[in-house]
Design a binder for this molecule. Sequence first.
Ligand code: SF4
Length: 438
Amino acid sequence: MRRDQLKTADGKTVRVLHPGFASVEGGPDFRGAVIQIGDAAPRSGDVEIDLRVGGWRAHGHDRNPNFQNVLLHVVWKDARPMPNAPPVLPLSHSLDAPLGELELWLENESPRVLPENLRGQCCMVLRELDETRQSKILDSAARVRFQAKAGQFRARARHAGWEQALWEGLFRALGYKHNVWPMQNLAESRLRWANGANSAFVLQARLLGISGLLPAELTRAGKSADGYVRRLWDCWWREREGFSDCVLPRSVWKFHGLRPANHPQRRLALVAHWIASGNLVQKLECWCAAGLPDKSLLVSLCKIFEAERDEFWSWHWTFRSARLKKPQPLLGAARVTDLAVNVILPWLWTRAAEGKSEKLQRVIEHRYFAWPPAGDNSVLRLARQRLLGVGQSRALQSAAAQQGLIQITRDFCEHSNAVCENCRFPELVRGWSGRMAT
Ligand code: SF4
């Protein structure tokens, strides 16, 4: 790409100071780019890529609030400036090699490692440290994250009680990042919808009804789904009047990019089993008090969160999916790890602190730092590349280290931009590494 010759459709020079980061969650194709157009000061924003300029309106970007930070609309050709739309950058005349050659180069280039010049300013400093020192920094950040989460549970428990604070944490964690709010909202009315429910099925009917996620029509999945939906409606029909003040509109839920296994309908079906069992909190307390070897931490917690076989959800990912050949668990080990590090351990720890049990606090801290790593995700992948300059890292062999890396991105990257403007983290690392060496 002849980057020194880029010009918008209306003839202004374009300097790409940083291309930003490929978006994996819908919205503009690249987030957080730093771009200078003409004589204006460089700005940080998003970049959308389309084949033609007409794509801006044809794809509805002009009406979509997710696209309001787009600084540049990159197109292949057919470039003319559009009124009330971001500046257009045509690319077809700016390639420095034939398309076929570029295609070959892209195929061979490892997409898992960012080029040196796009890494964060802390990358060089962190890479000078050996693994032990990198791990110490990540563990310190993980401790900050853990204590912040524990503090949130403590504050909520003062108003709502320990058990309610725990349920809200579990619901939020099952909502992932996109459905945290509606899940929190459902958790807040727990005492209403859980009252008098005598089975997981009744709880499923209530939760799916109140959440607005009960399908209005029969499904395409066949008899088993339709029979289940009919019975849910039979149950919800009789009760819905009494819950009309807490029903959520379906529009508050976000489904974009959601895997079927993580669909909120499936998560609510699982929660119904936990509540119906009536003893989840006691089981967690026993788990906390039991002497457990590190290697059985995850397995033992998975057992607690395992639901009994569900007549419908063990056999279907969603209302619309066909019946599976083999039953599937309602919660995988990766999600149990997320619950452990984000909810269970901080909640148990802050309860132990309130009860002045330092010994128990130490046990819980030990479990936090010994917990095996969670599954990979886009936040971790990008953070590894920007901060550590690697696709994989041995310093990230625990869930706590992963949490530490996420905390650094929250505390530093999210307050800076793609070119790390005004970020103090590299300077702090230099200071720590100097102190660790002495
Ligand atoms: S913003 Fe700060 S912490 Fe994030 S990559 Fe840049 S230098 Fe590192």
